[in-house]
Every structure is written in structure tokens, then in C-alpha cells.
Design a protein around this ligand. Structure first.
Ligand SMILES: Cc1ncc(COP(=O)(O)O)c(C=O)c1O
Length: 458
């Protein structure tokens, strides 16, 4: 019998999980104005709000932290990180930042100005926020199949090359400072982008003279999908695939809190020295000197080690396998989810789950609230609240998709926890007809409103 691939780690330290009663949770979610970001972590039993910065670091990462060099300039930790980034991504130049959106801030301050157009695939909310904040326009060129939530297409995160070419053709070259493609495509359900697609984007970018960057938070998971789903890649290592992916690009932004398994950190990788120099000025203003950029030396050491561990094939197989296990249980219980399962998260289709709740009453948020009340599960809405208002018309952006994302932190929960999550969802599903009404907005911020929004029941 072939032995299964197991988690390539065991537990050395454990952390208390907090239990609560339904009555307590009803009270707490009311006090939180039905915004799960407003809950205290002790009020949550299983926290699937995000896989960002919530992973468990290894003993090697913790010991690398003890060797952190906290020199302001030229720390050895900076050079450790520089070497790891060069080895794994191939980029000669990089700037450390305190997290992914800071990398976006520095890069977009350098490149994006009012009236510009930034095409890509379902830009992540902070990416969209940084583009729109500069009065530029993100253009979503994701393949249409991504909106068919259950189509079993292996690369539903792809860019539609025809749509991209229309954007490139119909706008002046100077209006398009870069193409940014998110791997994996978080907003479209953690779906991967194929190597053929990345190569196709590179060819178009080269033909039209436009820069091509990858928003790379989950680049290793994307490489795992290429290895396991795309013809010609099964015999290649994750590292070889990663190097090939980045070889087609001019650079990357990275939220290290995902595939590099650290609690905080980010960076920008550049191929071009001149662009690196221009961006360095913004890094110094916003983040810190170019050899630390918002990170302490110990954190850069942990990140260098995390990049190695996050690109391990066995780790990725067990991690993505655990997410797929959650998906298979949900399916077994009849719960409508995005298929195939994403790399880092399962996305529940709340419009099918709660068809009685109109988009205007935010069915995604309603379902996320019910999962919390039922079992203390914290998830996040990926729907109209997160999509925010149109910057010009200020109308809510209803895209027709109202999702709840259950993001699985790396190396944190056991399969038993996963079964608890699925059972909670099943209980809510069985009682779904009793849920009659949704929410209206009480208070919201002008941008990235979902983080701080306050809601009340209709
Ligand atoms: C695809 C993607 N890009 C960028 C970011 C922003 O990174 P950070 O949260 O580190 O600022 C995230 C965070 O969730 C993400 O998922």
C-alpha cells in the first residue's frame, strides 16, 4: 500500500482554544456590530478569518530569529533574506516592507498616477484600494469561467488574454504603468493561474511594452497547482516552477504573511535596477531604510527560512490537501462551494445557501454571522461589503457573487478542527430556512470599508 503524504512537521508547542456558549456569541456579535473583524480573538473558537500572518512558525524559524541582526543598515539578516529571495525567485533586487499592502504602496507610488489603467485578474482588495486611492482604474481581465462557481476548470484564476489585449490595444502605452496578476487569484476563490497563461501575459506585455508584475502572496501554492495540474510540469520541482513563473515577469509584490509563513512582513522583487532605485526613495519615506524597510532583523531571518519551508512540496501537499478535505466535507453535506477547492480557502456561495436574502442585505455577511453564532467560526465575507462602493457613483458594487471565505491558517489546525468547521456549516445549512433577514449599513469608512463597517439587522 502506498503510504500517504503526511504533514512534514509535528507539534512542539500548543495554544489554548477558547470555547463559548451560543448566548455569549450572540451577545458578542451584536456588540461587534455584526462585523467579525471587531471580535476579540478569545471570542472565536476556530479562526478562519484569514490565512495571512496566522501560520505557525517552525523551530528553525524561531531559532533564526535569535540570530537576527538589528543593525540599522547592512544587517546580515538583510543579506540572508536577499540570498533567499534571489535563490527562490531569481530577482536580483528587492525592497523589504512591513507587509504586502506596503509593497503595493511603494511600487504604486513609483509607477501609478491619476487616470492610469492597471489591468490584471480580480485585483485583491488592498491592491484595488491602492490603485483607486490614486484615482487610477483597475481593470479586471479574469477569464469568464471564474464566474461559473462550480465549473471544474483547473486554472480559474487565469487572465483572459483577449480581454487583456483589448485593454493594451485601446489605451496609450503611458496610461498603463503595469499589469498586475495575483497568484493564486484570492478574490476568484483561491484559484491558480497556469504557466501557459503567465507566459501568454508576458508575451503580450512584451509586445505592448508594458511591465508585468505578480502579486505573489501565494506563489508557492500556485506552483503546486501547476505541478499537479498542468501538462509538462509533474516532473519539475516546486522551486523550478517558481523560478520559471517569475522569469516571465518584471517583478513581484509579496505579502510574506501567506506562503512565507511569517506573522508579519513583505517585499518587492525587481528585475530592473533603475526601477528598484526609484522605488527605494518611496521605501525610505514610507517603510524605512532599504535594508530593513519596516522589518526587524529577526523577522527578516524568519522570513528567509519561511521561504524555504513554504516551497516544500510535502508541506504544500498536506496544506492544500487539508483545504481540499474541508471542501470535500462541505460537498458531502450539500453545501454550495466554489469548485475546485482553492489553495488556501474554501469559499461558500452564500447566494445559493441563502437565496431568500437579497444582495442589498449582504447574504455573505449574514452567513458569516450564522457560522459564528453556531460554532464560533470566524470567516470573512467576500461580496458586496468587501467590493466597496464605486469611487465615482458611490453605489454599492454588487457583482452577483456573494461568498464567505474560510481561510485555513498554515500548520495551525488539525483535521479534527476541520471536521468541526464542516459540522458547524452543516448545522447552519440544515436550519437555513429559518434565516429570514439580512443587514443594513449603520456606519462605513470611505475606502476598504469592510474592515471597520458597522451593521444592524434589517
Ligand atoms: C493576494 C493578496 N495580495 C495582497 C495582500 C495584502 O497583503 P497584506 O495583508 O500583507 O498587506 C493580500 C492579503 O491578504 C492578498 O491576499
Amino acid at each position: 500500500m502506498e503510504l500517504p503524504i503526511i504533514e512534514p512537521f509535528k507539534t512542539k508547542m500548543v495554544e489554548q482554544i477558547y470555547r463559548s456558549t451560543r448566548e455569549q456569541r450572540v451577545k458578542w456579535i451584536n456588540e461587534a456590530s455584526f462585523n467579525l473583524f471587531n471580535l476579540r480573538s478569545e471570542q472565536v473558537t476556530i479562526d478562519l478569518l484569514t490565512d495571512s500572518g496566522t501560520g505557525a512558525m517552525s523551530d528553525r524559524q524561531w531559532s533564526a530569529m535569535m540570530l537576527g541582526d538589528e543593525s540599522y543598515a547592512g544587517a546580515s539578516s538583510y543579506y540572508n533574506l536577499k540570498n533567499a529571495i534571489k535563490e527562490i525567485t531569481g530577482f536580483n533586487y528587492f525592497l523589504p516592507t512591513h507587509q504586502g499592502r506596503a509593497a503595493e504602496n511603494v511600487l504604486f507610488s513609483t509607477l501609478v498616477k491619476e487616470g492610469d489603467i492597471v489591468p490584471g485578474n480580480s485585483h485583491f482588495d488592498t491592491t484595488k484600494g491602492h490603485i483607486e486611492f490614486r484615482k487610477a482604474i483597475p481593470v479586471d481581465c479574469t477569464v469568464d469561467i471564474a464566474s461559473d462557481l462550480t465549473a471544474l476548470n483547473p486554472f480559474k484564476g487565469n487572465v483572459d488574454l483577449d480581454k487583456l489585449e483589448v485593454v493594451l490595444k485601446s489605451n496609450a502605452r503611458e496610461k498603463i504603468p503595469l499589469i498586475i496578476v495575483t497568484i493564486t487569484n484570492n478574490t476568484a476563490g483561491g484559484q491558480p493561474v497556469s504557466m501557459a497563461n503567465i507566459r501568454g501575459i508576458h508575451d503580450l506585455a512584451t509586445r505592448y511594452g508594458v511591465r508585468f508584475f505578480l502579486d505573489s502572496a501565494r506563489f508557492a501554492e500556485n506552483a503546486w497547482f501547476i505541478k499537479t495540474r498542468e501538462d509538462g510540469y509533474s516532473g519539475k520541482s516546486i522551486r523550478e516552477i517558481v523560478l520559471e513563473m517569475f522569469s516571465y515577469t518584471d517583478g513581484m509584490t509579496m505579502s510574506s504573511k501567506k506562503d512565507a509563513i511569517v506573522n508579519m512582513g513583505g517585499f518587492i522583487g525587481f528585475r530592473d535596477e533603475e526601477l528598484f532605485r526609484q522605488a527605494s526613495a518611496y521605501n525610505i519615506i514610507y517603510e524605512g531604510f532599504i535594508t530593513y524597510g519596516g522589518m526587524s532583523g529577526r523577522d527578516m531571518n524568519a522570513l528567509a527560512q519561511g521561504l524555504n519551508e513554504g516551497t516544500d512540496y510535502e508541506f504544500l501537499t498536506s496544506r492544500i490537501g487539508q483545504v481540499a478535505y474541508l471542501g470535500s466535507l462541505m460537498k458531502e453535506y450539500g453545501i454550495p462551494i466554489i469548485e475546485p477547492a482553492g489553495g488556501h480557502a474554501i469559499f461558500i456561495d452564500s447566494k445559493s445557501f441563502l437565496p431568500q436574502i437579497p444582495d442589498e442585505e449582504f447574504p455573505g455577511q449574514v452567513l458569516a454571522t450564522e457560522l459564528y453564532i453556531e460554532g464560533g467560526i470566524r470567516s470573512t465575507e467576500i461580496g458586496a461589503l468587501m467590493a466597496d462602493r464605486d469611487p465615482l457613483t458611490r453605489a454599492n458594487r454588487f457583482s452577483g457573487k456573494e461568498l464567505v471565505r474560510l481561510a485555513v491558517p498554515r500548520r495551525v489546525y488539525t483535521d479534527n478542527h476541520i471536521r468541526y468547521v464542516a459540522a458547524t456549516a452543516r448545522n447552519v445549512y440544515e436550519k437555513r430556512d429559518l434565516i429570514k433577514k439580512g443587514f443594513r449599513i449603520k456606519r462605513e469608512a470611505p475606502i476598504l470599508r469592510h474592515f471597520t463597517i458597522e451593521l444592524e439587522r434589517v
